[in-house]
Ligand binder design. Structure first.
Ligand SMILES: [Zn+2]
Length: 263
């Protein structure tokens, strides 16, 4: 990453607490180090993100995940967060125009130079991710059409290097994922090492309700390395992979479940 300052004000638009950290913690931290404003929007509190809803009923888990998100953002120096307040797993069934209008209002206020979100594929194939990507693209067209739009992606080398991890963790929810974006199509890549990778690890750990199980399964060094390369496509310059997973109808993909352990 040459110059995070060149990205200007960054607005991250995500579905659940923890999406932002896996895909863009290094980018956000570099931008903050360069003195840039970074604002994160989260559509839901991820209150269904558990396999034990008896112990973690949605209201309790949502509260916890809101606190985890605040702690994680603090670790990377991000102080501005907006929560859209939609139910986890419901984004495709919300009133789309209202939701986009609300997001467009935030884009209008923040006037970002760069918007960072999922591609239409949703990266993991999660329907909420795909929906929030569409919201972000439409809100940008309405309120900040000159803003650069970056879609988080994964590359062929990521897929090869981490196949053994993807076999153990149920992260990617649709056939054809993870994305194998050719390196030549990557518009922006950050390779985090040393203190930068440690800082992202702290931000990942802060989402303990989602990452503690992963840490126990794959270990801290692997978790640190796994997402130490952040890659983004330029939405305006790259032929985009198509939306996957939810195309065949509501039954095609799980409504939630990102980052859950297998079994
Ligand atoms: Zn998510």
């Amino acid at each position: 990453m040459h110059d995070a300052g060149s990205l200007g004000t960054i607005l991250g638009v995500w579905a659940h607490p923890d999406d932002e950290v896996f895909l863009s913690a290094g980018l956000m931290a570099a931008a903050r180090d360069a003195g840039q404003r970074v604002v994160v929007v989260t559509a839901t509190l991820g209150e269904r993100g558990t396999t034990d809803s008896t112990r973690w009923p949605p209201e309790r888990l949502g509260r916890l995940r809101g606190l985890e998100l605040a702690a994680s953002l603090a670790a990377i120096g991000v102080t501005e967060h907006r929560h859209l307040g939609h139910p986890d797993g419901s984004l495709a069934r919300q009133h789309q125009l209202q939701a986009i209008d609300e997001l467009a209002g935030i884009v209008e206020q923040v006037q970002p130079d760069t918007i960072v979100t999922f591609g239409p594929d949703g990266l993991t194939g999660h329907e909420d991710h795909q929906t929030v990507s569409a919201w972000a693209s439409t809100a940008r067209a309405a309120s900040a059409p000159r803003a650069r739009l970056l879609f988080a992606t994964t590359t062929e080398s990521f897929v090869r290097r981490w196949a053994h991890v993807h076999d153990r963790l149920d992260v990617f929810l649709a056939d054809g994922l993870p994305l194998r974006t050719p390196d030549a199509d990557v518009a922006l890549a950050l390779n985090l090492s040393g203190a930068d990778a440690d800082r992202k690890l702290v931000a990942l750990r802060a989402h303990a309700s989602q990452t503690a199980g992963m840490l126990a399964t794959i270990g801290e060094d692997t978790l640190r390395e796994w997402w130490s390369v952040e890659t983004f496509l330029d939405a305006d310059r790259t032929p985009l992979p198509q939306r996957r997973g939810a195309d065949a109808g509501a039954a095609a993909g799980p409504a939630w479940g990102t980052w859950q352990l297998v079994g």
